[in-house]
Design a protein around this ligand. Structure first.
Ligand SMILES: *[C@@H]1O[C@H](CO)[C@@H](O)[C@H](O)[C@H]1NC(C)=O
Ligand SMILES: *[C@@H]1O[C@H](CO)[C@@H](O)[C@H](O)[C@H]1NC(C)=O
Ligand SMILES: *[C@@H]1O[C@H](CO)[C@@H](O)[C@H](O)[C@H]1NC(C)=O
Length: 377
């Protein structure tokens, strides 16, 4: 089996170990730069303030988006209580209006200018680095089932089974602006149903799934990717007490002004060979452009983590290859993701943060090349 990261392909950008002298110099430089810089992009005189309900983690993820001429900020509240029956704090996403006179173009991850001047932060930056407060300490057993009844192809085309539906505004968060206008945010409804059951046996758990922990928009009138990295799916084996409960995670792809919402659960698999891939927490990080998306799945394969890259035109996706090497366990590839033409050569590079990568767990950023066998499709 091929090793990943492929040394020929991946270029680790690790920090050099700095000795005390360098550290002091860095600190002094940092303090000097604080002293002579002023923040220029925060409106302190007339801020617009949105507030969520207590304990909802309102603002855990935020993203700018636009539909028609309506600007909005999408706000995730991944611990919000929804109206889904039997679901405790499944998480919500709100659209909050932003009325500004001149609409700046939303940044697209595919169009940072090469190297200089410094590229604008891709739209993923607000959402791809989720905090570690819900790290998977609770991966459940990886009991390998004795049989599998699935004959579905492993890497099939993306599901597009859901029917388009109109967003139904339900509860709005306790939001206020500085001018005290009431509840400016609307709920975007991704799912109204409770947990799923098969013949009386529960097979999914949406409680604590953290919907809205990751939000990323491809730009005006584009697609919005919203994820729930702790969505749990039970590897259902004949009501066996050994059935595994896996944090498969997953996302929704929303388009057409949130009237077309497709669930996407790439880590759900009954394939026995995928059993250690299942707790992959898909959507721990994500970013999207007009043509492609990339989803980080930190928990896949004993915490080695994985990347899924999707093509919005062909409606297909592929993933990186996992390896059977203990050294890569718990490295958390996919903790943050980005892509773009970083070298200005017309080719798209996919990069991911691997916070526990390298021998001493210093962390690294690695680049995954396209068009070679590190992709598993
Ligand atoms: C998008 O949907 C919202 C809520 O249904 C609606 O108010 C708005 O007018 C729609 N915008 C466009 C451009 O269709
Ligand atoms: C579902 O998740 C919640 C929150 O993590 C937990 O309290 C509950 O026991 C889970 N239910 C099942 C059936 O696993
Ligand atoms: C996405 O799919 C389309 C249609 O199959 C193809 O033309 C395009 O090159 C693909 N894009 C990427 C980045 O692979």
């Amino acid at each position: 089996m091929r090793l990943f990261p492929d040394p020929a392909c991946v270029q680790p950008w690790t920090r050099r170990p700095s000795n005390l002298f360098h550290l002091v110099i860095q600190l002094v430089l940092m303090m000097m730069s604080f002293a002579c810089n002023h923040a220029f992009n925060i409106d302190v005189s007339s801020p617009r303030i949105y507030r969520g309900t207590p304990g909802s983690y309102f603002g855990y993820a935020v993203e700018l988006h636009r539909e028609g001429d309506e600007n909005m900020v999408l706000v995730g509240a991944p611990r919000a209580q929804t109206e889904q029956p039997g679901v405790y704090r499944g998480g919500e996403v709100y659209r909050c209006p932003v009325n500004i006179h001149q609409e700046p173009p939303l940044p697209s991850p595919l169009s940072p200018p090469p190297l200089s001047p410094p590229p604008p932060p891709p739209s993923s930056s607000s959402s791809s680095s989720t905090s570690s407060s819900f790290r998977s300490s609770d991966w459940l057993l990886s009991t390998r089932p004795t049989s599998s009844s699935s004959d579905s192809p492993l890497f099939s085309e993306m599901v597009s089974s859901s029917t388009p539906r109109s967003p139904i505004p339900t509860t709005s968060p306790d939001t206020t602006t500085s001018s005290s206008s009431p509840s400016p945010c609307d709920t975007i409804v991704f799912d109204t149903s409770g947990n799923e059951f098969i013949e009386g046996d529960q097979i999914t758990n949406k409680s604590g799934q953290m919907l809205g922990a990751t939000i990323t928009s491809s730009g005006p009138d584009g697609t919005v990717l919203v994820c729930r990295p702790l969505y749990t799916w039970f590897y259902y084996v004949d009501s066996s007490p050994n059935t595994g409960r896996f944090l498969i995670g997953g996302c929704y792809l929303a388009s057409q002004n949130f009237t077309d919402i497709k669930p996407f659960n790439p880590c759900k698999s009954l394939e026995p060979s995928m059993i250690n891939y299942l707790p992959c927490e898909a959507g721990f990080s994500a970013t999207i452009s007009e043509t492609e998306w990339i989803i980080g799945s930190v928990g896949a394969f004993f915490g080695q983590g994985d990347l899924l890259v999707g093509n919005l035109t062909s409606n297909t996706y592929r993933r990186t290859e996992v390896v059977d090497d203990l050294a890569f366990d718990n490295n958390y590839r996919g903790h943050s993701v980005s892509f773009g033409d970083f070298f200005g050569d017309g080719e798209v590079e996919y990069v991911t943060g691997i916070p526990r990568g390298t021998v001493n767990h210093r962390g690294l950023v690695s680049r995954v090349c396209d068009g070679d066998t590190t992709w598993y499709s």
